[in-house]
Design a protein around this ligand. Structure first.
Ligand SMILES: *[C@@H]1O[C@H](CO)[C@@H](O)[C@H](O)[C@H]1NC(C)=O
Ligand SMILES: *[C@@H]1O[C@H](CO)[C@@H](O)[C@H](O)[C@H]1NC(C)=O
Ligand SMILES: *[C@@H]1O[C@H](CO)[C@@H](O)[C@H](O)[C@H]1NC(C)=O
Ligand SMILES: *[C@@H]1O[C@H](CO)[C@@H](O)[C@H](O)[C@H]1NC(C)=O
Ligand SMILES: *[C@@H]1O[C@H](CO)[C@@H](O)[C@H](O)[C@H]1NC(C)=O
Ligand SMILES: *[C@@H]1O[C@H](CO)[C@@H](O)[C@H](O)[C@H]1NC(C)=O
Ligand SMILES: *[C@@H]1O[C@H](CO)[C@@H](O)[C@H](O)[C@H]1NC(C)=O
Ligand SMILES: *[C@@H]1O[C@H](CO)[C@@H](O)[C@H](O)[C@H]1NC(C)=O
Length: 587
């Protein structure tokens, strides 16, 4: 109810993309890619009708390494995912640990080919174990055709955050960060990008300015100088961007006296952890930077969307160092933006458009914004199966969302499909047609960060309160995190709600809390809230919140399928500045 009032008093705290841009040709809002879209790397491709493309990292998520496109730097459409077939990188299936999987990618366009260089990290393996770092190259000539991305080509480097570079003679190089806690520093080698074969020794170019974890290197050549830009300080509150330059590619690199060139560290800004940047130039010759940032304020307690992609304008004059616009904020003025263009090719959704009652129509495919935790067991998902048109069928996995130990992929996978949370305030709901027949089997909705950090609310069959022999449907709520969580709940489902489809809802109550609710699907009954959980329980690590559905036998023999319909995700507001925590009583 209060929402409409909210929207009108909202600017600029709750602002909607497009609005400002229509008024001021140089104003834009951050984040440009809200939700978990960390470690951005972007290119501008004039040959593609002046299109900007950005890649971000995806860790254990499959499909992985999303690419977004824009022609105005404001409206970003999902093009597809570089890692879209399990066979491209079978190692993702054995990824153990929530901080493992695909780390920072670098996207580059060179002579008609797109290159995506990244690292599959086995983060639970010892730092000195060479198999911890699996460095890989993907290529395509047709970025709009997802299936044209190559299989991973592996190259040998004991580190991460690898980035390609080409000199004028056509030599191909990779620059990367040497494994932290082994031999810190930025290293370069000649590598054949087609075969992954290394053609020279790794050479240590620079160690940064002394900050923790020098990483995320990119090389740019301008006015006869090589610029080596890196991130330092770790990807938390101390994050910063630094730069050095050298006439010769191999150095010596002289640091910019003005370092760090980009950081919100030691400020009270709402946007924190700014760093891990990339640079590109638009069709007017203006420079821009992208970086990751965390909307947490210096309190750094509640940031369920994790590391998001932000934009800032950059001044880079002849022979001079690049100057980033500091600090990064939610509402920015930069260079004149390219004219608003929403008619990009492709049929992927724009990043903030939400899911408007997805119906899973017969013959349709899984929506491109849908994601799994590691590659799915394909048989566990079916769209509009026989007898159940306009539904997504979930076949339960034996494992629950935690899996065997909270870190490992388990046998049979985890039946779970989700999308990213991309708004501070949102409402997510599905209609769940589920009639469990075996004890303890369960299907429901979840707010998910990792196997070890999530909350779930489902329907399960449990012994009746007054009888050990009869089983009755219950709502169940469980949470798991690195901090204390609310107690688990099992609540008998009212008899009038038995054997009918129920709407299950997860929504934000305010900027720090979520609620789980239910009601009969389609009816006029109000949503009844059964549990609350704090966003803090999923404010951890390298990734960010996902919302979705799951089905599990909880280790038992249950095989009852759940049918999901009317999948809805609606953004209700973006907080882009400190907010006093006022309650949001929206429906
Ligand atoms: C660019 O690509 C074309 C066609 O793939 C190839 O013939 C040419 O050698 C490449 N040029 C450079 C500089 O790599
Ligand atoms: C997309 O790429 C795949 C794999 O290279 C190819 O088989 C297919 O024909 C391409 N589709 C289009 C529309 O070009
Ligand atoms: C980086 O640090 C290592 C270890 O301290 C040192 O041996 C090396 O000379 C440093 N590299 C540069 C380019 O300064
Ligand atoms: C923030 O403050 C700490 C402590 O004074 C200092 O070590 C660090 O360099 C500062 N970081 C930035 C980016 O200014
Ligand atoms: C960013 O753009 C604004 C114009 O809106 C300009 O005043 C400012 O100097 C620019 N900053 C940098 C670092 O380029
Ligand atoms: C999930 O499964 C694991 C392994 O079977 C089990 O230890 C754990 O208790 C289950 N968690 C919940 C919340 O059911
Ligand atoms: C269980 O027993 C209590 C007390 O007799 C009763 O009030 C309640 O309705 C019973 N519940 C069910 C599900 O039968
Ligand atoms: C947000 O909502 C939760 C759950 O209702 C409540 O406990 C908390 O006090 C609220 N926070 C604010 C600042 O209103």
């Amino acid at each position: 109810m209060l929402l409409s009032a909210f929207r009108s008093l909202a600017v600029p705290i709750l602002a909607f993309p497009g609005l400002g841009a229509a008024q001021f040709l140089n104003s834009f809002y951050n984040p440009i890619l809200p939700g978990p879209h960390p470690d951005p790397s972007c290119v501008f491709v004039p040959e593609h009708d002046n299109t900007f493309y950005c890649a971000s990292s995806s860790f254990n998520i499959f499909p992985g390494i999303p690419i977004h496109a824009s022609q105005d730097l404001i409206n970003w459409r999902l093009v597809g995912n570089v890692l879209n077939r399990p066979t491209q990188l079978p190692e993702l299936a054995i990824s153990v640990g929530s901080t493992s999987g695909i780390w920072a990618p670098t996207l580059r366009y060179h002579n008609g080919t797109f290159y995506l260089v990244t690292t599959m990290v086995h983060d639970k393996r010892a730092p000195e174990d060479p198999s911890r770092w699996d460095n890989i190259i993907f290529t395509t000539k047709d970025l709009w055709n997802e299936s044209s991305w190559s299989d991973a080509v592996h190259f040998d480097f004991q580190g991460y955050d690898t980035s390609p570079w080409w000199d004028e003679e056509g030599n191909e190089y990779i620059v990367g960060s040497h494994a932290y806690r082994v031999e810190v520093g930025i290293h370069l080698a000649k590598v054949d990008l087609k075969t992954g074969k290394r053609k020279s020794e790794w050479v240590n170019l620079w160690n940064g300015t002394g900050g923790l974890a020098p990483e995320g290197p990119h090389i740019y050549k301008k006015d006869g100088m090589h610029y080596l830009m890196i991130a330092e300080g770790g990807t938390g509150l101390g994050h910063m961007q630094t730069i050095a330059r050298s006439k010769e590619l191999y150095g010596p690199y002289v640091p910019n006296p003005a370092n760090p060139i980009l950081s919100n560290a030691n400020t009270t800004e709402y946007f924190q952890a700014v760093g891990h940047a990339d640079l590109f130039k638009d069709q007017r010759g203006n420079w821009w930077g992208v970086a990751l940032s965390i909307r947490s304020g210096p309190e750094y307690i509640t940031y369920p969307m994790g590391r998001e992609t932000v934009l800032t304008n950059v001044t880079w004059e002849k022979d001079a160092w690049p100057i980033f616009q500091n600090p990064v904020r939610g509402s920015m003025r930069g260079w004149q933006l390219p004219r608003l263009r929403q008619n990009l090719p492709g049929d992927g959704p724009f990043v903030t458009e939400g899911d408007n009652n997805l119906q899973f129509k017969p013959g349709s495919k899984m929506p491109p914004q849908f994601i799994y935790w590691r590659a799915p067991v394909p048989e566990n998902y079916a769209i509009s199966p026989e007898g159940h048109p306009n539904t997504l069928r979930l076949t339960p996995s034996r494992l629950n969302l935690t899996g065997t130990d909270g870190n490992s992929p388990g046998p049979g996978g985890q039946t779970f499909v989700a999308r990213r949370q991309v708004d501070t305030l949102f409402s997510y709901s599905v209609d769940m047609d589920y009639k469990p027949t075996a004890a303890f089997e369960e299907a429901g909705i979840t707010l998910f960060l990792t196997q070890n950090h999530h909350a779930r609310f489902g329907i399960t069959l449990l012994p009746s309160p007054n009888s050990t022999t009869t089983l009755t449907p219950h709502f169940t709520f469980h949470a798991i995190s690195y901090i204390p969580v609310p107690p688990s709940l099992t609540i008998p489902i009212p008899p009038a709600w038995h054997n009918i489809p129920l709407t299950l809802q997860l929504r934000t109550v305010n900027t720090t809390h979520y609620s789980f609710g239910a009601k009969p699907a389609g009816g006029k009954e109000p949503m009844k809230i059964f549990a609350y959980v704090a966003g803090e329980i999923i404010s951890w690590g390298f990734t960010g919140g996902l919302v979705g559905v799951y089905a599990t036998s909880n280790g038992g023999e249950g095989k009852t399928e759940a049918f999901v319909g009317n999948w809805r995700y609606e953004g209700l507001g973006q907080v882009r500045e400190h907010w006093d925590g006022m309650r949001f009583d929206f429906e």
